[in-house]
Ligand binder design. Structure first.
Ligand SMILES: [Zn+2]
Ligand SMILES: [Zn+2]
Length: 142
């Protein structure tokens, strides 16, 4: 939370209760929630909050560098409060996104062909698969 306070002060914006709650929701969820999931979680504690406020606050937090946005589509972005180096397991069925860590992946050697596309800043591996819960549901005869 101190990092949060400092970033707010630096950007000259006020740390409101609402903003703090929205940040907290992303940080505690740990499941890379999208804006609507954050909205549902925050609304339980603050019934007056609007989806629009949640949207704006999430992108404001992202601009401050306090969270990261995942996915190429802004409208369907998911948010990540884990700023440390990590990789993702994404369930192709339910969209569950979990963090995992790998020293090996951190040091991944990129193919030469990338240079013709652009300049690489960092590598984040995304493993696609089916999570245990979804696999469980699909088991035949149960
Ligand atoms: Zn799943
Ligand atoms: Zn993550």
């Amino acid at each position: 939370m101190t990092v949060f306070n400092q970033a707010c002060r630096k950007s000259g914006t006020k740390l409101t209760h609402q903003r703090l709650e929205i940040f907290r929701e992303v940080a505690q969820n740990g499941d890379h929630p999208d804006a609507e999931t954050v909205f549902r979680g925050v609304r339980e504690r603050m019934p007056t909050v609007s989806l629009d406020t949640v949207y704006r606050t999430l992108w404001w937090l992202k601009d401050l560098g306090l969270i990261k946005a995942l996915g190429p589509l802004r409208a369907r972005a998911r948010f990540d409060a884990n700023l440390g180096r990590h990789h993702h397991f994404v369930c192709a069925q339910c969209g569950l996104t979990r963090d995992f860590y790998s020293e090996k992946f951190n040091k991944l050697k990129l193919p030469q062909s990338i240079q013709s596309i652009g300049y690489a800043e960092m590598t984040q591996v995304e493993v696609k698969g089916i999570c245990h819960q979804c696999a469980e549901k699909e088991k035949p005869g149960e």
